[in-house]
Design a protein around this ligand. Structure first.
Ligand SMILES: Cc1cc2nc3c(=O)[nH]c(=O)nc-3n(C[C@H](O)[C@H](O)[C@H](O)COP(=O)(O)OP(=O)(O)OC[C@H]3O[C@@H](n4cnc5c(N)ncnc54)[C@H](O)[C@@H]3O)c2cc1C
Length: 532
């Protein structure tokens, strides 16, 4: 088999890239995905992801061993199915701020600046709020506004207004401190993954081939040119040739892993794993950025919110039946109702922290879904642009061996300071009228911090917080020679190979990473096709 372009990994970026590349009938495109087709019905139900998480046939489970007493080891999950992580994510759609892309322009040039990226966002969107200066309509990706609106969420938004946040209809419309219902990748109560938006509608194109349940295990090369991929399907190895390029879209863990397995990475890491060094590229696997979050919980003093709909199997079944009637109710909604972007200090030019908020509360983490019986509210806190940098490295030449992942959360002074500010502004928000009338007391899902000073709060989050699912930076673009990829996303040191996924972002964009990954895929397709 031979194709012009082989896209490896059918996630947010890979589906967008393959869909857009194949719009040009003069090129042939193969999209390879390790997981299966997205046929499982729970992948369509927005809140169904709770029943998918951890299932090995549909998720990658990357163990993170903190090697430190007092920090619980984690498993970082990612989608392993057509659509990748966009098929199992929380469906919150945020695009980042203009200055994020000004920063990216500093790394990669004007191709990655706000004007280029805004054009990509607008072109790919079919926004339910209609086209505007910042939104697109008529594109393949449907984006809607949260349509649940529990009264307690409305009170929270009003409380945000009372502490000076803009109360917005579209939380992507400005970079101000603001609060509003989430924008979501959901259409009429059904999840819109990148596969649903960019691949399913164009499946009949004769120049697009989609291969699932095929795990890429190594890159093929002739001299310095990458010329194909070896995949393993049903235990059988098969070589597939690329006439033009191989495009790696395997996500922030999968892509650097493949590069290192192929001899592109830090020489010491490669040698220790028994891999011949093709390109000594010290930053492949370095510069890992991830959001580390506290979870704030508040007991409500009256029986409102979703706990009464989700806290037992019977209640979940009733919510499920409600969903079957018209795809409505709590099962048809994104993971969070409300999003707030806040400044921890008023003089800051733009928000530095985010809260994702919903009127439900979790019980102690255990297997399966754990929702409290009593009414509660939850806010996941995020320091938007963390400066702590982690690493990841292969431990063996075996493609199935675990990575060694060291997140190094909260090691940068900036992150610790901003985290203390996050605690302050969150409590201010929940103490403001009218939400304050609903709050009985704050509860500590992850244990109580040792103190309220900056060090105690930051240390608490380092030890007891949760990692989000937003990792970036492990094969980052840059103009400098030690950046693993150049501004055209080409891997330095070889020919015929690019990286097109979250690994390519050198810094965190101020939000979750689904929309930025898709916009990156969109821009990359433009860039590649313009070279024909
Ligand atoms: C549970 C969860 C909740 C999230 N919630 C949100 C949210 O609400 N909002 C938001 O903005 N972001 C959210 N994110 C983050 C966002 O979805 C991801 O950052 C984004 O989807 C990553 O896109 P990607 O293209 O880089 O990688 P992915 O979408 O992860 O795609 C990588 C693809 O490559 C495939 N692959 C990997 N290795 C191989 C191999 N060897 N061979 C073949 N295929 C391979 C994978 O199976 C996968 O399909 C969430 C993520 C998760 C996991």
């Amino acid at each position: 088999m031979e194709f012009d372009y082989i896209v490896v990994g059918a996630g947010s970026a890979g589906c967008t890239l393959a869909g857009q590349l194949s719009a040009n009938p003069s090129v042939t495109v193969l999209l390879i995905e390790a997981g299966p087709w997205d046929r499982n019905p729970w992948l369509k139900v927005p809140k169904g992801f709770a029943l998918i998480m951890g299932r090995k046939e549909l998720t990658w489970n990357y163990p993170v061993d903190y090697r430190e007493p007092g920090i619980a080891n984690e498993v970082w999950q990612r989608g392993k199915v057509l659509g990748g992580s966009s098929a199992i994510n929380g469906m919150v759609y945020n695009r980042g701020n203009k200055p994020d892309f000004d920063t990216l322009e500093g790394y990669g040039g004007p191709e990655w600046g706000w004007q280029s990226m805004l054009s990509a966002y607008k072109a790919m969107e079919d926004n339910a709020l209609g086209a505007s200066e910042t939104r697109g309509a008529g594109g393949p990706l449907h984006v809607s506004r949260f349509r649940g609106a529990d009264p307690v969420s409305q009170r929270l938004i009003e409380a945000g207004g009372s502490i000076g946040l803009d109360m917005v209809e579209d939380c992507n419309e400005s970079d101000n401190a603001r609060i509003g219902y989430t924008m979501c990748t959901i259409r009429n109560g059904v999840r819109v993954s990148a596969a649903k938006a960019f691949i399913h509608p164009v499946r009949s194109r004769p120049n697009l081939t989609v291969t699932t349940s095929a795990q890429a295990v190594r890159l093929l090369r002739k001299g310095n040119r990458i010329c194909g991929v070896t995949v393993r399907r049903g235990g059988v190895l098969e070589d597939i040739a690329a006439r033009r390029e191989v495009l790696l879209s395997m996500g922030c863990m999968g892509t650097p892993k493949m590069l290192q397995l192929s001899g592109i990475g830090p020489a010491d890491v490669l040698r220790a794993a028994g891999i011949d060094v093709l390109v000594d590229s010290p930053n492949v696997g370095a510069n890992l950025r991830e959001h580390r979050s506290p979870i704030f919980q508040f007991r409500l003093n009256r029986n409102v919110g979703y706990n009464r709909m989700l806290s037992s199997r019977t209640r979940q079944a009733i919510s499920g039946m409600r969903y079957l009637v018209d795809r409505g109710g709590v099962m048809g909604q994104s993971a969070f109702d409300v999003v707030a972007f806040l400044k921890t200090r008023p003089e800051l030019p733009r928000p530095d922290v985010q809260l994702l908020i919903a009127p439900y509360s979790s019980g102690r983490p255990r297997k399966g879904i754990s929702i409290e019986q009593e009414p509660g509210m939850q806010a996941l806190g995020i320091v938007l642009r963390p400066e702590s940098r982690g690493t990841l490295a292969i431990t063996s030449a075996d493609p199935d061996a675990d990575l060694a992942i060291s997140p190094n959360h909260m090691t940068a002074a900036y992150d610790r300071q901003a985290m203390a500010g996050l605690y302050r502004v969150t409590r201010d928000l929940f103490a403001a009228s009218p939400i304050a009338d609903y709050i009985d007391h704050e509860r500590y899902l992850l244990g109580e911090p040792a103190g309220e000073d900056e060090d105690s709060l930051a240390e608490h989050v380092r030890r007891r917080g949760v990692s989000n699912y937003h990792a970036v930076g492990t094969a980052a673009m840059g103009t400098q020679d030690n950046a693993p990829i150049d501004p055209q996303l080409r891997v330095r040191g070889v020919e015929g190979l690019r990286v097109v996924d979250c690994s390519a972002f050198p810094e965190m964009v101020s939000c979750g990473t689904n929309a930025p990954a898709m916009a990156l895929g969109w821009r990359a397709a433009d860039m590649i096709l313009s070279e024909l």
